[in-house]
Design a protein around this ligand. Structure first.
Ligand SMILES: Nc1nc2c(ncn2[C@@H]2O[C@H](COP(=O)(O)OP(=O)(O)OP(=O)(O)O)[C@@H](O)[C@H]2O)c(=O)[nH]1
Ligand SMILES: [Zn+2]
Length: 370
């Protein structure tokens, strides 16, 4: 694709929404909106932009489909010049329609900092949101300007089950399952098109894949914005709430063929940081942790709170595909509190007992190499 810059922004007469001061130094949150073709992503963005909120949101449509309301309104206001064009919308929001390179668009957008305080990025329906999310982690220059706030996945209530069960050649994971596995929030949309029974089915299937995620059901993607924005799903600010949420996660059972499931386990005590790294790297990089039948465990998403020897605060573990990091939270272990390590893994061929054994063996060094 051509290496074109976004044209300059249309100047915004500040509509009172807080501030220039927010622009200069604060890092800007990015929420990734993903979901299968036609699930309702653009409808969600459109809804967010037109709802009352105090934020100035920059929206990046990493795709240009036909027919959605937002896209139509852009077409009208811009007379057909749509690609990589920043537009001013209501509420002082900005919108950019790009093809393929959302990160490039964000880089361009960052040159206009101070004019917005939130970024929403819509991925294409067939995208792997993990790949998009990874870019924010790997690109440290980008990482100093923005942070990944959360991954929101829209699921079609009517066709979602079909998307999730679709077989891929050679046992590849289908995009729809991956989008559910990676999400911090799932919006099951188009509930008007299904019966209560069908809705139960899709909800159960989503839950069987991702035992951690919050699920909301909507029509026309109408959702309370506080459920979507400022999730802090990836940073240490989520420490306290993460602790509560992790405690309620339960290991799920494969519901769909070759299903992705969620596994969670808890191990008491302090662990050494290097051995935790070893455990995670064996799992994510070496891929030498196997299930009973000898299949490689394939972890898509990893979350946890651990107790590292010598650290007074809880440490959060975050992983997306091969990338992971550890970050100390602001939550300290209390004196009378049992130090524990709780991990949640979402992926394929996961076996809870084996994972727990390998974890214990690795972090306590009780059995040699795993
Ligand atoms: N019946 C019904 N239709 C909906 C609902 N939400 C969205 N739609 C329609 O579904 C179609 C697809 O919605 P979009 O928001 O464009 O979906 P998308 O995920 O952005 O689609 P792509 O960008 O093409 O992947 C549009 O015609 C919407 O009007 C809903 O809750 N119920
Ligand atoms: Zn769309």
């Amino acid at each position: 694709m051509e290496d074109e810059d976004c044209p300059d922004l249309i100047p915004i007469d500040s509509g009172g929404a807080g501030g220039a001061q927010a622009g200069a130094s604060a890092r800007i949150p990015v929420t990734i909106i993903t979901g299968y073709l036609g699930a309702g992503k653009t409808t969600l963005l459109n809804y967010i932009l037109t709802e009352q909120h105090s934020k100035r949101i920059a929206v990046i449509l990493n795709e240009f489909g036909e027919g959605s309301a937002l896209e139509k309104s852009l077409a009208i206001s811009q007379g057909g010049e749509l690609y990589e064009e920043w537009l001013e919308l209501r509420n002082g929001c900005l919108c950019c329609s790009v093809k393929d390179n959302g990160v490039k668009a964000i880089e361009n957008l960052m040159q206009k900092r101070g004019k917005f305080d939130y970024i929403l990025l819509e991925t294409t329906g067939l995208a792997d949101p993990g790949a998009v999310a990874s870019m924010f982690w790997v690109d440290s220059e980008l990482g100093s300007d923005i942070y990944l706030d959360g991954i929101v996945s829209v699921v079609d209530a009517k066709y979602g089950l079909q998307h999730l069960t679709e077989e891929k050649p050679e046992g590849l994971i289908n995009e729809a399952s991956r989008q559910v596995a990676l999400a911090d929030l799932i919006i099951i949309n188009k509930t008007d098109l299904v019966s209560g029974e069908e809705l139960n089915k899709i909800r159960t299937s989503v839950r069987s894949i991702n035992g951690f995620v919050k699920i909301i059901e909507t029509q026309r993607s109408r959702v309370d914005l506080s459920n979507v924005l400022d999730l802090h799903a990836f940073d240490s600010l989520s420490g306290v709430s993460l602790q509560k949420r992790l405690q309620h996660v339960r290991t799920t059972h494969a519901h769909l063929d070759k299903g992705i499931i969620t596994v969670t386990f808890e191990v008491l005590g302090n662990i050494i940081e290097e051995s935790l790294n070893l455990f995670i790297q064996n799992l994510l990089w070496e891929k030498n942790v196997k299930d009973k039948t000898g299949c490689t465990m394939d972890v898509i998403r990893l979350k946890g709170l651990v107790s590292i020897q010598g650290k007074s605060h809880q440490v959060i573990v975050q992983g997306v595909h091969e990338l992971y990091d550890l970050e100390e939270t602001s939550v300290s272990w209390k004196e009378d509190e049992k130090r524990t390590n709780r991990l949640v893994l979402i992926g394929r061929n996961l076996d809870k007992e084996i994972l727990k054994e390998v974890f214990i063996a690795t972090v306590t060094g009780k059995q040699g190499n795993s």
